[in-house]
Design a protein around this ligand. Sequence first.
Ligand SMILES: [Zn+2]
Length: 579
Amino acid sequence: MKYVTAAFLLFAAWSPVTLLGQSPTADLILVGGQVTTMDPARPRAEAIAVKGDRILAVGSNEEILKYADAETRNIDLQGQFLMPGFIEGHAHFLGLGQSMMMLNLAGAGTWDEIVDQVAEAAKVTPPGEWIIGRGWHQSKWKELPAPNVGGYPTDARLSELTPNHPVLLTHASGHMSFANSYAMRLAGVDQETVAPSGGEILRDESNQPIGVFRETAQGLIARVRAREEAKREPAERLQKSMRAIQLASEECLRKGVTSFQDAGSSFAVVDLLRRAANQRKLGVRLYVMIRDSNDALQANLSRTKMIGYGDDFLTVRAVKRSIDGALGPHGAWLLAPYDDLPGSTGLNTATIESVTRTAEIAIQNGFQVCVHAIGDRANREVLDIYEQMFRQYPSNIPRRWRIEHAQHLHPDDILRFGQLDVIASMQGVHCTSDAVFVPKRLGMRRSAEGAYAWQSLLKSGAIVTNGTDAPVEDVDPLASFYASVTRQIGEGVTFFPEQKMTRMQALRSYTLDCAYAAYEETEKGSLVPGKLADLVVLSNDLTSCPDDAILKTEVVYTIVGGKIVYQQEPRQPLNRSGN
Ligand SMILES: [Zn+2]
């Protein structure tokens, strides 16, 4: 009910007809476009008028030109496609910025190339300083590393080339890290070290750690690095963090992303984001899930709630937990063993009691609950926790709790998303990135019935959102949109195409449904008078262009709160004189 009232008031306040029968003047109009509004009352239009940071009107060219006077900026779209700005539904904001400040290992074709990349970096890094990289993925390598343990490299050559630097290289999934011997020595890791629960230290035949740390075991190395980072001057740390925020903002705006749902930041990071919001340095609007211990949540949640802080650039009203790992490194928690690792059903990274306690703290403080669950067992456990909490704390309106990823589901659980009003917060591009190993890990039956089951979930009545999990994947919404509507993994090869989304379903998953998943559908996600003027102009019409053209689509303008914050470089005019 609350939302209906808010929407009505907003509309009444902004409806042009209420203003003394005269059309108010727009600051900006965009005319002559192919406008897709995501508003069922008026799905298509030609033009849009903006006043301040809000949409003033949407309509035909003729209707919108009435809002212009001599002061109004008028952009002729020349038939280009305009839609609501993309809302990134699940990614890591500071992580995205930081990933742009470290070695990018995603392009490496072999492990040896990565070792060479790190050795080069060591030449220009002062001894004792950490060398940090991310994005390696063993399935992208053309050959197996030699030597290897179960396909993973050992640290020998890397450690030999970096005797004076601790090295930490994070896997593309974020669920695994590689450390050299210097870093392991700093962390006190040796043959005797026992992995923490929910984690694993990979070892060779002589029980020697090879450098690979899975899930919670990553903390052994990461904590040492964090301790060293903490010794830096506060001003230096702050400057680095603000740089990461700036890089992440710019990257999002270049790609047409106007809002960003941050899937897990500590209270310290939230303080940093608030500072950035105060200084008007958040380029995109953030919706933040807090990830911290239950004790910290209990102590700090109530003072941290923010809705629309800093001119609607920062909202903090969700908490994040993880109950399992990722499928690639066999960390997804399954009901039955892996097909290619019959002794394992994956990893359970947080107890049911602990996640349940988080949910209780969230309810007491009016926060949304978002839990990372990838395997079918993990999803079932989280649905069970949610169902129990909904029963224990009944509410008249759906709580809109979310499962982050929801990648591999048992058919019995798919219907429960719709029944319980649980949001499936998914990432289209993960489907095509993982498709090569999904059937290997799960076999054909489990893959067919429950892998990225978008159509089954939508039919259950569930809301399915979209995103990229950046920096796990590029934050580019067009790549994820393409994956969502094609599920194409190679020339003519598609991954269970019956589950692909229609163009409109995919657009909705990236706009209105992401807004709904953050209680923001009256503010964002469709082009309706009174909503925030967050828009993107693209070179192709995503509702109708050929599949191949989706990936060639360029972002022409990104507009946040009525301001043009990204504009494609104008093309050099052709030199016709022949000089
Ligand atoms: Zn994530």
